[in-house]
Design a protein around this ligand. Structure first.
Ligand SMILES: [Zn+2]
Length: 280
């Protein structure tokens, strides 16, 4: 198994809605936290639209989901959870978000950013696309001292973030598989902190269960379904590399203003296969 870095890194996961991490990269973040890296979770909205219930206001949903996120992040081992106040479901102003994310990349001295792949096909959620795009741009642009000079005047220094890890569904074949066999339990436990997860599980496996009013017996049932769902996803990804359970990423080294992938993409453009993926 390959270990990329030995020093402790500042790793910032930048995502759109409170439950995103638990689905796409919680096993990996939990592993990195156990290895001693500093994990920050930066959620761009409160996810206030993300419910099927009709008895709640957006404010109530936002308050609940923020609490759920903090509880889930405690399980994952996140050092600090930051929630930005962008509106949920398609109303994020891209350039404004990029400026804010550059600020956080600089302030937290982010060595690695984990986010959505904004170049994936069939992603219907506009927040995932804009957040992934602006997070990637922030990682690549935070090093420029003439950009957002107000931040620098206030004492937040430019910082060269070295890597962007795109998570979840990818527009490119993954080039890193993270073995999450030892942290899959934490991932499932974190996911179960969200009513949205219970809603999804009830929809998929037990439509008679009302996720807003779950009895202890029903919760046991939904926990069983969560285990089944998350394990099967992790196993399907892991099978590709003969690992028991995995999460997949497309990792880019970052240069100021660029990704360091010209050679690789040129080679692929000419019809050569991508390099063999690595296991972390
Ligand atoms: Zn989301």
């Amino acid at each position: 198994m390959i270990k990329i870095e030995s020093k402790n890194l500042n790793i910032v996961a930048i995502f759109a809605h409170p439950d995103d991490l638990s689905i796409f990269c919680a096993g990996t973040l939990a592993r990195w936290a156990e290895e001693g890296h500093n994990i920050y979770a930066l959620c761009c909205t409160s996810g206030e639209v993300g419910t099927l219930r009709r008895d709640l206001t957006k404010e109530q949903v936002a308050a609940t989901r923020e609490k759920e996120l903090k509880a889930a992040n405690e399980i994952i081992g996140v050092k600090e959870t930051i929630i930005l106040d962008y509106p949920d479901a398609g109303f994020i102003n891209g350039p404004e978000l990029r400026e804010k994310l550059v600020y956080f990349v600089r302030k937290l001295k982010a060595d690695r950013v984990v986010t959505f792949d904004p170049w994936v096909a069939y992603e219907v959620h506009p927040d995932h696309l804009i957040v992934g795009r602006m997070a990637a741009e922030a990682a690549a642009f935070a090093a420029f001292p003439l950009l957002y000079t107000d931040q620098i005047k206030k004492g937040v220094e430019p910082y060269e973030c070295s890597e962007v890890w795109f998570m979840g569904l990818l527009g490119h074949k993954p080039n890193y598989f993270v073995d999450i066999s030892s942290t899959l339990e934490k991932k499932i436990e974190a996911a179960l902190k969200f009513e949205a997860t219970l809603e999804l599980l009830a929809k998929l496996f037990a439509p008679k269960i009302d996720p807003a009013n779950v009895s202890p017996d029903e919760l046991r049932k939904l926990t069983k379904y969560a285990n089944r769902l998350y394990r099967s996803m992790a196993t399907a990804i892991g099978n590709k590399m003969d690992i028991k359970a995995a999460e997949a990423f497309f990792v880019q080294k970052t240069l100021p203003g660029h990704f360091d992938n010209f050679q690789q993409l040129t080679s692929e453009m000419l019809g050569n296969p991508p390099a063999k993926p690595k296991i972390y």
